[in-house]
Design a protein around this ligand. Structure first.
Ligand SMILES: Nc1ncnc2c1ncn2[C@@H]1O[C@H](COP(=O)(O)OP(=O)(O)OP(=O)(O)O)[C@@H](O)[C@H]1O
Length: 310
C-alpha cells in the first residue's frame, strides 16, 4: 500500500466513530433508523514559514468553532516546541511523549479550555519529541482510535518547515489550511510545502488564510499570487478561506494567555475567525471512511526507545 495514501485514510479512519457508515437503529423505536453519528473532520493548520500565525489561527479558529457549538479538539503537533498550552494559559502535567510511552491515554492528556475546547498538548523542551520518526508519528495518529467519542473537528497546529512531522499530519488530515502573510518568504515557503504535499503525498486541495492583513485587497492579492504559481507548476486546487486583519487585540490576548475570540469577540480579528468557522461549517462531513485501513498500523508495538529521556 502506498504509505501516504494509507496515512491519509488512516487519520480519517482513526477519528471516525465506530459504525459511522451503517445506519444506526434507535433502540427506543425498534426499527426506526436514526442518522449515523457525524465523522470527525481533521484539519491541519500549516504554512511553511515560522511566525505567520499558524498557532494563532489554530487557537482562535478552534475556539470560534467551539463557541458556535461544535465539539472541537486542538492538537499541538509542534512537538518539542509546543506553545498552544502557553497561548491558552494551560498547565499540562503530561504531553504526547507520555502517550507514546504508554503512561497515559489521549483522554488523560486532554486539557479543558474555555467554551468547551479540548487541547492535546505536545510538550516543550524535549528534544526527543522534536525527532519522532514515522512510526512514532503514526502512533500518535493512531491514538485517536482510543477516543470513544471523537470530536466533530480536530484542528492540528503544526511546526514551521517541511519536516516529517508537518507533512505527516498534513497528509493524514481531511483538509490542509495554509496560513500566509504579506512577506515574500511566507509565499515561497507555503509554495514549497504545497509542492511537497502534492508531489509526495498526493494532497490536492488547500485552503488559504491570509493573516495580518493591513488593507482591503491585500488578502486577495496574497491568495492570487500563491494560486497563480501553484496553478502554473502544480496539480492542486487552492480556495480562499478567509482573512484575519492585523489586530493589536491579538497581541494583547496572547499576553493575557487567552484567545482573542474569547476576550474581545467583537474585534476585527475575532470577526475574521468567526467567519472562517462559518466556512468550515459548510464543508460538512469528510467523505472518506476506510475504517478497514486501521490495520495499516494495527498491532504495531510501541517503537523501540520511545519514552526514554523526554
Ligand atoms: N492577525 C494578527 N495581528 C497581529 N498579530 C498577529 C496576528 N497573527 C499573529 N500575530 C502575532 O504574530 C506572532 C506569531 O504568531 P504565531 O505564534 O501564531 O505564529 P506561528 O506561525 O504559529 O509561529 P511558529 O511557526 O513559530 O510556531 C505572535 O506574536 C502573534 O501574536
Amino acid at each position: 500500500m502506498n504509505q501516504a495514501w494509507g496515512l491519509k485514510n488512516m487519520f480519517s479512519a482513526l477519528t471516525s466513530l465506530p459504525g459511522a457508515e451503517a445506519p444506526v437503529v434507535n433502540p427506543a423505536s425498534d426499527d426506526m433508523p436514526v442518522a449515523p453519528p457525524r465523522r470527525c473532520r481533521a484539519i491541519t493548520i500549516a504554512g511553511g514559514k515560522g511566525g505567520v500565525g499558524k498557532s494563532t489561527v489554530a487557537v482562535n479558529l478552534g475556539m470560534a468553532l467551539s463557541m458556535a457549538g461544535h465539539d472541537t479538539m486542538l492538537l499541538d503537533a509542534d512537538m518539542g516546541l509546543a506553545n498552544l498550552d502557553v497561548l491558552l494559559g494551560l498547565s499540562p502535567a503530561r504531553h504526547i511523549g507520555h502517550l507514546l510511552d504508554g503512561t497515559c491515554s489521549l483522554k488523560e492528556l486532554m486539557l479543558p479550555a474555555p467554551h468547551g475546547l479540548k487541547v492535546i498538548p505536545a510538550g516543550s523542551g524535549a528534544r526527543r519529541l522534536a525527532q519522532l520518526d514515522t512510526r512514532e508519528h503514526a502512533a500518535v495518529i493512531r491514538a485517536f482510535d482510543e477516543l470513544p467519542d471523537p470530536p466533530e473537528y480536530l484542528l492540528v497546529d503544526t511546526a514551521a518547515g517541511v519536516s516529517d512531522n508537518v507533512v505527516m499530519f498534513a497528509a493524514a488530515a481531511d483538509d490542509v489550511v495554509l496560513v500566509v502573510c504579506d512577506e515574500p518568504a511566507s509565499l515561497t515557503d507555503a509554495y514549497a510545502l504545497t509542492k511537497v504535499l502534492s508531489r509526495d503525498f498526493r494532497v490536492r486541495r488547500f485552503h488559504v488564510v491570509a493573516n495580518m492583513v493591513r488593507h482591503a485587497g491585500e488578502a486577495r492579492q496574497l491568495y492570487e499570487k500563491l494560486a497563480r504559481v501553484c496553478d502554473r507548476f502544480l496539480d492542486v486546487a487552492l480556495d480562499f478561506m478567509g482573512t484575519v486583519p492585523y489586530d493589536e487585540h491579538l497581541r494583547q490576548a496572547i499576553r493575557r494567555q487567552s484567545a482573542v475570540v474569547d476576550l474581545w469577540p467583537a474585534s476585527r480579528a475575532s470577526r475574521g475567525f468567526k467567519q472562517m468557522a462559518g466556512v468550515v461549517d459548510t464543508w460538512g462531513e469528510p467523505q472518506r471512511s476506510g475504517r478497514d485501513r486501521i490495520a495499516f498500523f494495527g498491532g504495531r508495538a510501541a517503537p523501540d526507545g520511545v519514552g526514554k529521556g523526554w
